[in-house]
Design a binder for this molecule. Sequence first.
Ligand code: AP5
Ligand code: MG
Ligand code: ZN
Length: 221
Amino acid sequence: MGASRIVILGAPGAGKGTQAARLSAAHGLAHLSTGDMLRAAVADGTPAGLRAKEFMDAGQLVPDEVVFGVLFERLAEANEGYLLDGFPRNAAQAEELDRQLAEQGAPLELAVVVDVPDERLVARLTGRRVCSSCGNTHHVEFMPPAKEGVCDKCGGELVQRSDDTEAVARDRLEVYHQTTAPLIDYYNARDLLASVDGDGPVERVTQDLVEVLSRDVAEQN
Ligand code: AP5
Ligand code: MG
Ligand code: ZN
């Protein structure tokens, strides 16, 4: 049996969301993106969204308790398994995740890093366009829609995320290296880590991820 309780790690723009969307349907896994959940909370004007907005606009991490509030209910419902995208992002979040999963008797099975060199990431972020209706992600150069400004999947309007300016993208990259990248060691020490080369065609990266997800999961103690 392959893994079904999975964390996808990687820098901003590495392709976590793109790959999780491609994998989730095919593997019957829930795609749980804390960034998407927080953006939805901001759009809805909920208390969590009101707190999160200034941190997101600045490219900084949203306080842990706000993130826990939007995530953990959804996580508990994902009984068929999940791809966690954008969470955890610091040691406290990783430890809280382990605690919650231990309570459910269903520990994490895999943490996979999508690895892309920094010099590729800013161009990926500033060129990203997201569908305002269905969330599908394009890139003006690397994954252009058939018709400019229009989502290939649903015909919705493509927009730019407010944090995809070059300045905020660079701040997010710095936060990633300082605070999130150390989780690679955290999961390596727990024998949960795998890595794929994310610097190549989307389809090839998906294939590599499928291969990693399909490997046998080590018996948990
Ligand atoms: P979040 O939404 O998670 O953003 P992120 O981590 O910065 O990651 P991105 O969504 O920018 O990148 P991605 O890896 O998903 O790339 P994508 O597939 O879109 O978080 C946003 C903010 O919310 C944070 O800054 C923080 O404030 C807050 N937040 C979220 N979670 C939090 C948490 N746990 N704790 C605290 N705060 C939290 O791809 C990028 C582009 O590249 C696209 O245009 C795509 O088309 C293109 N692309 C994808 N793959 C390829 C490829 N192989 N080749 C060429 N182009 C490609
Ligand atoms: Mg994303
Ligand atoms: Zn769409």
